[in-house]
Design a protein around this ligand. Structure first.
Ligand code: ADP
Length: 306
């Protein structure tokens, strides 16, 4: 069982031949609304990957709140921990041009009001194998949930996105840190593009680190000195949006299913499966709609790694 304490946003996505400059109005073409937010995406990713999943978060009293809730329910996620708070839901205003260049403004809305975790949330954390966290809800909330997990024997997986330096108070509660190269540099306070150096810096801060490397796959380091690199399956990548969320959701599920065992074999298997999830997502257009189900992950993992 995986519990996510995190964000839900509605992505308002418009495609345009050309992004506007400040003060300019341009005529776009397609407009879509897509459920997003790293928390909700990773919860959906975990549920599609086959886990029982709870989502603790907040949506607003606007129509978007209902859409976001319905999307989580449709994925089979337990939403007893989803609050509806007065005011707008979190939204991301996204414009994308023909060269896939974009600009994005995120208004946190209800996500910023997730400050009132209660006994029911604590029970959900205690009942889970893995607590999966990101950084799109207030940091005190993230830290509180992690402290409960630590006290109750639930493994804490933190995806440190969006990137920011983290206080020791939170880092000390993390069991597995998941970062891309940019996030690794920011959290580790080092500016290098050498994966080994990034892992060295981070493993001084947390017991286990998973570094995602895009089309190159993922790397792992832990405090016992174990180092593992896993190549990504070779796929025709058409849209890598949400690939990181697919990876992280699947990683949490893999970790939960293996009971936190961290031999080289189990870690390699979990990393391969997570890479297959990320690659399967990259093969399909769309963000949350492209998150793969368990069969798709298994199939790609078998094809890529045997
Ligand atoms: P983020 O989107 O958070 O920066 P990455 O780009 O590192 O994360 O992607 C996350 C994971 O998704 C990678 O570790 C890899 O397994 C998979 N992935 C991403 N892009 C590709 C690609 N072009 N081909 C195959 N796998 C990919």
């Amino acid at each position: 069982r995986v519990v996510v304490v995190g964000s839900a946003n509605l992505d308002l996505v418009v495609t345009t031949p050309q992004l506007p400059r400040p003060g300019e109005t341009v005529l776009g073409d397609d407009f879509r609304t897509v459920p997003g937010g790293k928390g909700a995406n990773q919860a959906v990713a975990a549920a599609r990957a086959g886990a029982d999943c709870d989502f603790v978060g907040a949506v607003g009293t606007d129509d978007f709140g209902g859409l976001l809730r319905d999307n989580l329910v449709a994925a089979g996620i337990d939403v007893r921990g989803l609050r509806t708070v007065g005011g707008p839901s979190g939204v991301a205003l996204i414009a994308v041009d023909g060269a896939a260049e974009n600009f994005i403004v995120v208004a946190p809305g209800a996500n910023a009001a997730l400050t009132n975790l209660d006994d029911a949330d604590r029970a959900a954390v205690a009942a889970a194998d893995v607590l999966l966290l990101q950084l799109e809800v207030p940091l005190p909330t993230v830290t509180r949930a992690a402290a409960w997990a630590r006290a109750d024997g639930t493994t804490v997986v933190l995806n440190a996105a969006p990137a920011r330096p983290l206080p020791a108070e939170l880092l000390d509660l993390v069991d597995v840190l998941v970062v891309n190269e940019h996030e690794a540099a920011v959290v580790g306070g080092v500016f290098t593009d050498e994966p080994a150096a990034l892992l060295d810096a981070l493993v001084a801060l947390v017991p286990r680190v998973v570094l995602t490397l895009g089309a190159r796959g993922a790397a792992y380091a832990d405090r016992h000195g174990l180092r593992i690199e896993v190549p990504a399956p070779m796929v025709d990548a058409v849209d890598t949006t949400a690939a990181g969320d697919a990876f992280t959701g699947a990683l949490a599920v893999g970790w939960a299913e293996r009971g936190g065992a961290d031999s080289a074999e189990t870690v390699t298997a979990v990393l391969r499966w997570a890479c297959a999830a990320g690659a399967a997502c990259a093969q399909r257009r769309g963000a949350s709609s492209a998150l793969p189900d368990r069969a798709a992950i298994d199939e790609l993992a078998a094809a890529a790694y045997g």
